[in-house]
Design a binder for this molecule. Structure first.
Ligand SMILES: [Zn+2]
Length: 59
């Protein structure tokens, strides 16, 4: 099951190779994203990224 988004920080840029957790598309180098932490049932929280604006190519 997907974990719940716990917190979203400031707008920033994602490291290369990250995917948006909302649309699952690769995040471009110039895409502004919000950084968040994803709590896991087992293990430490992981950093995740999501498009700060609307996800490109969405519905
Ligand atoms: Zn997205």
């Amino acid at each position: 099951m997907a974990a719940v988004d716990s917190e979203w920080d400031y707008a920033t840029y994602a490291p290369d190779g990250q995917r948006c957790t909302a649309c699952l598309k690769p995040i471009g180098a110039m895409d502004v994203v919000r950084r968040g932490t994803l709590e896991q049932a087992s293990g430490p929280p992981v950093l995740v990224y999501r498009h700060a604006d609307k996800c490109p190519g969405g519905e």
